[in-house]
Design a protein. Structure first.
Length: 262
């Protein structure tokens, strides 16, 4: 498998994306941000469609669009008289509908829509791999730098404010990292499955770890391992790579759940 250049790039991309998703997934699970991740991930379709119609690189445009949606969710949920879940639902459905309508304007983009919905890790070019590495490194650096503050906010937001932490700004930073991580993961498993990479390894790690540092380490390791094993299984049995990566991660979760219950 590794004699093939595109499989080497796919393997490196799987490890990178699995690791950064595992790292950020720790806070997604801890702060119960799974539904926000769903909203942001599906909003990427709107950004991809805008990029394709304007003749611009789809993923950078989708990154800007996803960041805008993440910040919009943060601002509106704090100021509106609605619950956060309702606000997420509005942004999620609106941006997804926008993408579908824009794709329908040009039938030639239907195949592009399919690849972004379900991912195509085998088509990653050397340039894209380099961009993924840079993006993953930047996201990881921000999360590590703000780790203690984000952990404080996750447990008691009001006390964090009393201690002088800029909670709104830190919350926005986490959402921006989440949006960028979603875009990084879209190339691997697609819009419909990237949320699983953010949630499942971290949820599995929570079943094994007794400290937060161990939970983060296990989550990152599981994310990377799921990418490697899933990619190998997809090559061996000629199955969809993105789907296999997620299925391996989900299988690890249920095995861990059974062991933990006993």
């Amino acid at each position: 498998m590794l004699d093939l250049g595109f499989m080497q790039r796919a393997l490196l991309a799987s490890i990178l994306i699995g690791t950064v998703c595992g790292l950020l997934g720790f806070f997604v699970v801890l702060r119960r941000y799974a539904f926000i991740g769903v909203g942001i991930s599906h909003s990427a379709i709107g950004g991809v469609a805008i990029g394709l119609l304007l003749g611009l690189p789809p993923l950078p445009v989708a990154a800007v669009f996803a960041v805008a949606v993440a910040l919009g969710i943060s601002v509106v949920s704090r100021r509106a008289l609605l619950g956060e879940d309702a606000v997420i639902g509005v942004f999620f459905s609106g941006s997804m509908a926008l993408g579908i309508v824009l794709f329908s304007l040009n039938r030639g983009y239907q195949q592009d829509l399919f690849s972004y919905l379900f991912g195509n890790v085998l088509a990653i070019s050397p340039t894209e791999l380099g961009a993924l590495a840079v993006a993953a490194t930047m996201i990881a650096a921000v999360v590590v730098a703000l780790f203690k503050e984000q952990l404080f906010i996750a447990f008691d937001e009001e006390i964090a404010r009393a201690y002088g932490h800029r909670v709104d700004l830190l919350d926005a930073a986490l959402l921006v990292c989440l949006a960028l991580t979603v875009i990084v993961g879209v190339r691997l498993v697609g819009v419909l499955l990237v949320e699983a990479m953010l949630v499942v390894p971290a949820a599995t790690a929570a079943l094994w770890a007794s400290t937060f540092r161990r939970q983060v380490a296990i989550s990152c390791s599981l994310g990377a391992a799921s990418g490697v094993v899933g990619l190998g299984a997809s090559y061996q049995f000629n199955l969809a790579a993105g789907g296999m990566i997620v299925l391996v991660s989900v299988a690890a979760f249920f095995v861990s759940l059974i062991i933990a219950r006993r």
